[in-house]
Design a protein around this ligand. Structure first.
Ligand SMILES: *[C@@H]1O[C@H](CO)[C@@H](O)[C@H](O)[C@H]1NC(C)=O
Length: 249
């Protein structure tokens, strides 16, 4: 961006501004651009830095990995399709040691699964805090969302995976697939990819309002879809967790 502004200024500036003049004009140009923009620059960064240690790489071992997040000490939430048929999964952290978690249960319709680990055995990153849950309604459409996930990430030496990726967007719509399907979902334009599934979708207050589930690929008439991504709605996550916990023997 600075390069483009510099070029534009050079073309209109007339003869030979000093480097100092040029630097001042470029700085003023950027300030004006930011001031006139409705999108504040970089302000999801404090949120990201507060929550990333609570986001985990969930490794089912026999298929594409996904993501999970800390609900409370001992409990991690992820998507059901990631852990289907598994009784245990490997949980990898950005920089802290790997641990094993049991699959407590899954709500397949809502695509929510609950994992349990022993807090006395697992050495979590000390900055990992349970993520509070929030809500999203149609009044929140066009508000910012931050999705975190481990798409495209690989396992490093010692089994760590580095910090998760940040994908920002807005709440595009809330859609209801019906009780016999995925229930209520957030539609968002935060671009998510394989590996991000199960990642938390946060509002600006740092509350989990959804969980990354899927990307739309084709419209009803077969056209290519590139900007529609689905997340399990917070209410469906709450309902699923309650039903998994109550069904536990
Ligand atoms: C979330 O918002 C919806 C829509 O307003 C509402 O029906 C639901 O009860 C809310 N959930 C919670 C937990 O407050």
């Amino acid at each position: 961006m600075a390069g483009l502004i510099a070029l534009a200024l050079l073309l209109t500036a007339g003869c030979n501004p000093t480097d100092e003049e040029l630097a001042t004009r470029i700085a003023d140009g950027i300030k004006a651009a930011v001031k006139n923009s409705d999108v504040p620059v970089g302000d999801l960064n404090p949120l990201y830095r507060g929550v990333w240690p609570s986001v985990f790489y969930v490794d089912p071992g026999d298929r594409q990995h996904g993501t999970g997040w800390l609900l409370e000490p001992g409990l991690i939430v992820t998507v059901a399709h990631l852990v289907e048929g598994r009784r245990q999964v490997i949980v990898r952290q950005a920089t802290a040691p790997t641990f094993v978690a049991d699959v407590v249960g899954s709500d397949h319709l809502r695509d929510v699964a609950l994992l349990r680990y022993d807090p006395a055995q697992a050495a979590l990153d000390p900055r990992a805090m349970p993520l509070p849950m929030g809500n999203a309604t149609i009044d929140d459409i066009a508000k910012d969302l931050l999705a975190l996930g481990y798409s495209g990430s690989g396992v490093k030496r010692l089994g760590t995976v580095g910090s998760p990726k940040a994908n920002a967007g807005i709440l595009s719509q809330i859609t209801n697939f019906g009780a016999a399907s995925y229930g209520r979902n957030l539609e968002m334009d935060a671009a998510i990819d394989p590996g991000d599934s199960g990642g938390p979708v946060l509002n600006r207050q740092g509350e989990v309002v959804g969980m990354v589930r899927a990307a739309a690929r084709h419209s009803a008439d077969g056209g290519l879809v590139v900007g529609t991504f689905y997340a399990v709605h917070a209410d469906e996550i709450r309902t699923a967790i309650a039903s998994i916990e109550s069904g536990e023997q």
